[in-house]
Design a protein around this ligand. Structure first.
Ligand SMILES: Nc1ncnc2c1ncn2[C@@H]1O[C@H](COP(=O)(O)OP(=O)(O)O)[C@@H](O)[C@H]1O
Ligand SMILES: CSC[C@H]1O[C@H](OP(=O)(O)O)[C@H](O)[C@@H]1O
Length: 405
């Protein structure tokens, strides 16, 4: 698309965003004067505009990074480069899983915008789960997404020069720092970003005083800081996944960077585990609860199995690693990735319960005592997973732990 864009950055609004859209070749000329615009962003960081020609129903999304974190305000400055990372990550993901990401129509570094496919016919997975819906294609789609994006960005496939170019291109220090702090540090210390009800203080104290737990978290944090294994989405929670029956789209990869291979699938699993706990409060009938919870555990199992099967197939057919065909090399990699994923999942569960950024699954539980009960369960589960990474040897053992939480 050809476009004539503003020379300097300015935050867009429902009027000025039209100047961007009109410069694109997307809508019919006749529709440009009466496009319907709405800012729909509900995330922590950015503006998201939905722009529609209501006659033809043709629509697109303009996402713009603000120079600060929207959830906190201007006191938390944040790089605009995250918009470049997001659009380049979407394009990179589209090389291996085009059916699982929104199409990027246009991006502009000065304005920090990504113009992309409108997915309003899909629903954010977290909302779908809270309302008790299930999605048959989800497990396979997320297993495929995580395996293909992992393999094709790794040293098992890329030439080392190309891999190192990609590591540079996706260097994302400010967004990584958010994760380093909010996922791996602040919830494990008495830090002012933490946010939890006073009634949880004794459970929180247990975490802060558990030396064995802190030792394991420090290893996971170090791994996150230092292991440039694959290009990660970086924030693969259920608010970053759009779904409808038999369609899955992964959005919002502004946290993308080269990191440890188990991180993305761990976040997916952790958010399913949080929803699993919350279903005890949300599900209307015991039968519904049991079937949704069974579905969630089966989805965790199938997504991991698809990840390993897809990764294994790519390894056997396409690996350039000189040790690829040596017995046990792939198995060691997958086993190490699995065990670390269990630890990462534990950290995500804890931070979503007592850290800065919570999940609606637990926070929208209506009765206060029930909410507290399941938040305690989440903290126990997160701690157990972190401390038992090396004792959980396969995916059904992991789902047994979640079932037993
Ligand atoms: N491609 C899209 N199509 C339709 N709605 C979208 C699209 N991308 C984002 N949204 C809407 O905007 C919200 C925030 O988007 P997200 O990318 O998660 O922003 P943030 O980076 O601020 O978290 C989503 O929850 C969704 O409702
Ligand atoms: C101040 S950022 C907190 C939190 O928000 C991000 O999520 P999202 O962009 O999907 O709203 C990310 O998970 C950060 O940890």
């Amino acid at each position: 698309m050809s476009v004539q864009i503003k020379p300097t950055y300015e935050p867009l609004n429902e009027v000025t965003v039209l100047e961007v859209v009109k410069a694109l070749d997307f809508f019919e000329e006749a529709a440009l004067s009466h496009l319907h615009v709405k800012e729909i962003g509900d995330g922590n960081l950015n503006l998201v505009f939905h722009i529609e020609d209501q006659a033809s129903k043709k629509a697109l999304i303009v996402k713009q990074a603000l120079p600060y974190a929207k959830v906190v305000g201007e006191s938390w400055p944040l790089t605009l480069d995250r918009a470049r990372i997001e659009s380049e990550a979407l394009l990179k993901e589209a090389e291996s899983v085009p059916h699982l990401v929104p199409k990027v129509y246009y991006s502009d570094r000065t304005l920090a915008v990504t113009v992309m496919e409108d997915l309003s016919d899909h629903l954010i997975l977290r909302k779908g789960f809270i309302d008790g819906h299930t999605y048959p294609a989800l497990a396979e789609d997320i297993g495929t997404f995580t395996a293909k994006t992992a393999f094709y960005s790794s040293d098992f496939y890329l030439h080392p020069f190309e891999k190192k170019e990609q590591v540079k291109r996706f260097s994302n220090p400010e967004l990584c720092k958010i994760t380093e702090d909010l996922v791996f540090t602040d919830p494990f210390f008495n830090h002012d970003t933490n946010d939890y009800p006073a009634e949880l203080q004794s459970e929180v104290d247990k975490i802060w005083n558990d030396t064995e737990l802190l030792r394991e978290v420090s290893k996971l944090r170090f791994s996150f800081l230092s292991k440039a294994e694959i290009l990660l989405h970086g924030d693969l929670h259920t608010g970053s996944i759009f779904v409808k029956e038999n369609s899955t789209k992964v959005i919002d990869p502004e946290f993308a960077f080269y990191g440890p291979a188990g991180f993305d699938i761990a976040h997916f699993i952790a958010n399913l585990a949080l929803n699993y706990l919350s279903q005890n409060a949300h599900a209307k009938e015991p039968f519904n609860r049991e079937s949704i919870q069974l579905y969630l555990l089966q989805t965790i199992e199938k997504s991991w199995d698809t990840f390993t099967e897809t990764f294994t197939q790519l390894w056997n057919e396409k690996s350039t690693d000189p040790y690829a065909h040596v017995d046990g090399v792939l198995e060691n990699f997958l086993q190490k990735t699995f065990q670390q994923a269990i630890g990462f999942a534990g950290c995500e569960i804890i931070r979503r319960t007592i850290g800065l950024a919570h999940v609606a699954d637990l926070d929208t539980i209506q009765q206060k005592d029930v909410e507290l009960f399941y938040k305690k369960k989440a903290l126990e589960l997160g701690s157990k997973l972190i401390k038992n990474q090396r004792n959980i040897t396969n995916i059904t053992e992991l789902t047994d732990w979640i079932r037993g939480a």
